[in-house]
Design a protein around this ligand. Structure first.
Ligand SMILES: [Zn+2]
Length: 511
């Protein structure tokens, strides 16, 4: 007798939100900076480098599976999703599931730190709604970015949650595969995954959290991955919440999935959480003014020296329209070649209209998100116009094309400023290179990124400094005015000795 095929539903709604910007994320932002694929269109992700591609790859290789495509949506980080945007994505994913008939299991890929107007915990909301459709006994597994904020509702609604293992995130495909392998085992009845989760009251900056050097986060990840080698442990994840979302239930997490042993899952998650708390001070970062960074950079022979405007990281939801670095460079009177970038649709259009070789005076910066500074009025010369198209060389969008929209290189003294229409995720130096700017030929390079630069510039940079310019993704969480987070929360509160770790599991009703 021929075996019945397993029916496995696959869905994704993934974006990281930022409550400290003055705009919302709309559906078009998904279409323009990532993708929005419904039903069978989800299969277009076969061969891509993301989680869904990893899931499809695993299911295709397994054979004997009927894949039920729900919806796959990914956007760069942005503001909170508008009500309309979120309800569209959620309702369309659920409609596909409801229309699919009985399924044997479901896998969802999310970020974990997305928010929507009126919903602090969209991933938990979606998981809980999916659970309503599939009933209590059908396995539901979720994969997340390791910057995801884990909520009680996520834990209660799923059978397993797995996070990325690498930061920078070059393991999104394999995370999809890992989640899918566990899902297949659960769907075949070979394992019964249960979750133990421990939440630590810490909000950390991602700067000291690379897993590629001996950072405190790398140490935590190593410990978790060692645990995975023990019998009965199906998965162990560490979540470093450096998210710029202002919701009550915010904090870092450890999460362990065991084969049916919830007490052990809780115990192991608790042990990881205690270590996490011990390491909290090691995540803090030294920041400098632009002037001080330039002074120290000049003491280092050659270049490039990276000036990290991490407060304007588009990968964390910022508008990319901060001009503080350029202001600082001009005030410092730099004469060396410098590269910098700013999102300013009006200025990009003005440059395009004026044409290459034109000299003009522009008001630059803080046009998209005026909350974080005032525009800079400055004269300069247009040296290049571009349609802004480029292709990512790696990361979560590796191989994908993207566009900055109409863009220009505007030269002010020695500063070559890339002025673009749209913000784009910053993986490496693709944006600069697409308009003919070579970082290796500059003394100072402005980078709006707190992590990926370590890969992008690894072979050429002579040094880097973190700047203390204002913005919605600062290197120190104390620079933001959080209103709704539960307190005390490190480092917003001066040190407190007892972290009050909160344990939750996927089985019991009480916690
Ligand atoms: Zn992340």
């Amino acid at each position: 007798m021929q075996k019945r095929k397993l029916r496995i539903a696959v869905g994704q709604i993934s974006s990281e939100s930022n409550h400290f910007v003055s705009f919302h994320c709309e559906l078009d932002f998904f279409r323009n900076t990532g993708y929005l694929l419904e039903g069978d269109d989800l299969f277009k992700l076969r061969g891509a480098g993301n989680e869904v591609a990893g899931i499809l790859n695993c299911l295709d290789a397994a054979g004997g599976v009927e894949i039920i495509p729900l919806l796959a949506a990914r956007a760069n980080s942005s503001g909170t999703l508008s009500e309309e945007c979120y309800s569209y994505l959620k309702n369309h994913l659920l409609a596909q599931l409801a229309g699919a008939g009985a399924v044997d299991s479901v896998i969802l890929s999310h970020h974990g730190s997305m928010t929507a107007v009126g919903e602090d915990d969209p991933e938990g909301d979606i998981a809980s709604a999916v659970r309503q459709v599939i009933g209590p006994h059908t396995p539901l597994i979720m994969t997340l970015d390791c910057h995801g904020n884990i909520t009680r509702r996520m834990v209660k609604s799923t059978n397993a949650i797995l996070g990325y293992e690498h930061y920078p995130h070059d393991d999104v495909f394999t995370t999809g595969e890992r989640g899918c392998r566990l899902l297949l085992k659960a769907a075949r009845g070979e394992v019964r995954p249960v979750i133990g989760h421990a939440k630590v009251p810490m909000l950390l900056t991602g700067f000291n959290a690379s897993t590629y050097w001996n950072s405190p986060f790398a140490q935590m990840m190593d410990q978790a991955k060692c645990l995975e080698r023990c019998p009965g442990i199906l998965s162990a994840s560490i979540f470093m919440v450096g998210s710029y979302i202002d919701i009550p239930d915010l904090g870092c997490s450890s999460l362990v999935v065991t084969d049916g042993d919830v007490d052990r899952a809780l115990e192991e998650a608790g042990i990881l959480a205690e270590r996490y708390w011990m390491l909290r001070h090691e995540f803090q970062v030294e920041t400098l003014s632009v002037q001080e960074a330039v002074k120290r950079g000049r003491e280092i022979p050659g270049g490039p020296i990276l000036l990290l405007d991490t407060a304007d990281t588009t990968g964390g939801g910022a508008a990319g329209d901060g001009i503080g670095l350029v202001k600082g460079l001009l005030e410092t009177g730099v004469t060396e070649t410098c590269l910098a970038m700013v999102v300013d649709p009006d200025a990009a259009q003005a440059c395009a209209r004026a044409g290459v070789g034109s000299t003009l005076c522009l008001r630059l910066g803080h046009g998209v998100d005026p909350r974080w500074g005032r525009p800079l009025e400055v004269a300069g010369r247009v040296t290049r116009i571009s349609d802004g198209r480029f292709t990512y060389t790696g990361g979560i969008l590796g191989g994908a094309s993207a566009t900055m929209g109409t863009s220009a290189v505007f030269e002010v003294n020695g500063i070559r400023l890339l002025v673009s229409t749209y913000p784009t995720y910053d993986w490496a130096d693709e944006q600069y290179r697409s308009v003919g700017l070579a970082p290796e030929a500059a003394k100072f390079v402005g980078v709006k990124n707190m992590m990926n630069f370590r890969i992008a510039y690894r072979d050429i940079m002579k040094g880097f400094f973190v700047l203390n310019v204002p913005g919605p993704t600062p290197p120190d969480m104390r620079m933001l005015q959080f209103q709704r987070v539960n307190r005390p929360l490190f480092p917003l509160d001066s040190d407190f000795d007892e972290p009050g770790i909160i344990l939750t599991d996927s089985e019991s009703q009480q916690n």
